[in-house]
Design a protein around this ligand. Structure first.
Ligand SMILES: Nc1ncnc2c1ncn2[C@@H]1O[C@H](COP(=O)(O)OP(=O)(O)O)[C@@H](O)[C@H]1O
Ligand SMILES: [Mg+2]
Length: 352
C-alpha cells in the first residue's frame, strides 16, 4: 500500500546540508498497522512528510495505493491538482492536533470537505458521521478549548478521515497524551484499521505503542531503516534490537562461569512446557533470570533469559534441544563484573 524506494532527503539550510533520509526502502502492506520507531533525529518525521509529499524527497520514489506520488507535480502548498487529490486520500494525524480554535469541532472536521468542494449539507452529514465514528457525536458544537487532549486528538482523527483515505499517517499522535488516553486513542486507531480496512503508518518513540497496535515495525537510525518486519519476524531475527526492546529481558547470572541464553517463544511454542522438559530430560537446574510474555495480534509471544550450569560448550545439547522445539535461542555473552555497569548503561540508551 505504501512503498518507498531508495528515498533520500537532504535539507539545505544556511549553506549546511543535513541528510535526514539516506536511502529508505519501506513496504507497508494494505490493511496493516506499521510502526516506525527510532531516536530523535533518526528521520522519522521526514519520512512521514515525504510519504505524503508535504516534503519533496531529494531522490527516490513514494508509491501510495499504486500511485507514484513523486511523479506528480508541484510541492508543499503549491502542489498540482493531481497531487492535491492524491494527498486528500492520505489522512494525517499530528502530535499537536492542529485544530482551528475559532471553529467548532464540526467545522474543524468540515474543513477538508470544504476544500474538496462538498455542499454544506453533504459536509455536515459527513462530519457528523465521522464524529460518531470517533465517539464525539455530542461534541459537534464545542470549541477545541473545551475539549480534553484525547478528545482533541479524536477530532484530529475524524478530520484526517474526512477525505475517505485508505491510508492514515500519524506522527507521534499520542506523545502529548497521558498513558490512559494514549491507550484509548490507540484502541481507536486499531478499531478504525479493522473496521475501515485502513492502512496505518505511525511514528512513535514508545515501544508500548508498537506492542499494543502494530502488525509490523521498522527501526530507523541515522536516516536509514536498520530493521524491519512483522513483529513475529523481528522476534525470530537473532540479535534484533527491536525484539530486544519490545520484550526486554534483564537479569545477570549468579556466576560468570554459567551459560546464559535468551529464549524466544512465539506461536505454538509459547504454550509448550519446554523449560520443564529441558530440566527433566537433561537433569539440569534451569534458573529463570528474567521473562516477558505478551499477546501480540492475538498470539502469545515472549522471551525468557535462563541460566544453565557450566560453560556454553557444555550446554550445546540442551540448547540444541530448545532449538529442536522451534524456539530461538541466543547465547548471551556475559560481561566481566567491571563491564556490567557499562553494559547496563548502554542498555538504557535505547530507542527514544
Ligand atoms: N526542515 C528542516 N531543515 C533542516 N533540517 C531538518 C529539517 N527537518 C528535519 N531536519 C533534520 O533532519 C534530521 C531528521 O529529523 P526528523 O525527520 O525530524 O527526525 P525525527 O522525527 O526522527 O526526530 C535531523 O537531523 C533534523 O535536525
Ligand atoms: Mg519527529
Amino acid at each position: 500500500m505504501i512503498t518507498t524506494t531508495d528515498l533520500r532527503k537532504v535539507y539545505r539550510s544556511h549553506g549546511r546540508e543535513v541528510t535526514a533520509l539516506d536511502g529508505v526502502d519501506l513496504h507497508v502492506r494494505e490493511g496493516e498497522v506499521y510502526g516506525v520507531v527510532g531516536r530523535s533525529g533518526a528521520g522519522k518525521s521526514s519520512l512521514i512528510r515525504c510519504v505524503n509529499l508535504l516534503e519533496r524527497p531529494t531522490s527516490g520514489t513514494v508509491t501510495v495505493d499504486g500511485l507514484d506520488l513523486t511523479a506528480l507535480g508541484g510541492r508543499g502548498v503549491r502542489a498540482g491538482r493531481e497531487l492535491r487529490r492524491a494527498r486528500s486520500r492520505i489522512g494525517m494525524v499530528f502530535q499537536h492536533f492542529n485544530l482551528l480554535s475559532s471553529r467548532t469541532v464540526q467545522d474543524n472536521v468540515e474543513l477538508p470537505l470544504e476544500i474538496l468542494g462538498l455542499t454544506r449539507a453533504a459536509r455536515a452529514r459527513r462530519a457528523r458521521e465521522l464524529l460518531d465514528l470517533v465517539g464525539l457525536f455530542d461534541k459537534a458544537g464545542a470549541y477545541p478549548a473545551q475539549l480534553s487532549g484525547g478528545q482533541k486528538q479524536r477530532v484530529g482523527i475524524a478530520r484526517a478521515l474526512a477525505g475517505e483515505p485508505k491510508v492514515l499517517l500519524s506522527d507521534e499522535a499520542t506523545s502529548a497524551l497521558d498513558p490512559q488516553t494514549t491507550r484509548s486513542i490507540l484502541t481507536l486507531l486499531r478499531d478504525l484499521n479493522r473496521r475501515l480496512g485502513l492502512t496505518v503508518l505511525l511514528i512513535t518513540h514508545e515501544m508500548d505503542v508498537v506492542k499494543t497496535v502494530c502488525d509490523s515495525a521498522a527501526l530507523m537510525r541515522g536516516g536509514r531503516v536498520a530493521e524491519s518486519g512483522t513483529v513475529a519476524e523481528l522476534l525470530a531475527t537473532p540479535g534484533s534490537q527491536l525484539a530486544r526492546e519490545l520484550f526486554p529481558v534483564g537479569g545477570a547470572a549468579s556466576t560468570p562461569h554459567d551459560t546464559v541464553v535468551d529464549v524466544t517463544f512465539h506461536g505454538d511454542t509459547a504454550a509448550q512446557p519446554v523449560i520443564s522438559q529441558l530440566a527433566r530430560t537433561y537433569n539440569v537446574d534451569v534458573s529463570i533470570l528474567g521473562a516477558a510474555m505478551d499477546t501480540v495480534g492475538g498470539r502469545q509471544i515472549g522471551r525468557m533469559r535462563i541460566q544453565l550450569p557450566g560453560a556454553y560448550e557444555e550446554n550445546v545439547v540442551p540448547v540444541g534441544f530448545l532449538r529442536e522445539r522451534g524456539l530461538q535461542v541466543e547465547h548471551v555473552v556475559q560481561a566481566a563484573p567491571e563491564h556490567v555497569a557499562q553494559a547496563a548503561a548502554e542498555q538504557k540508551e535505547t530507542v527514544r
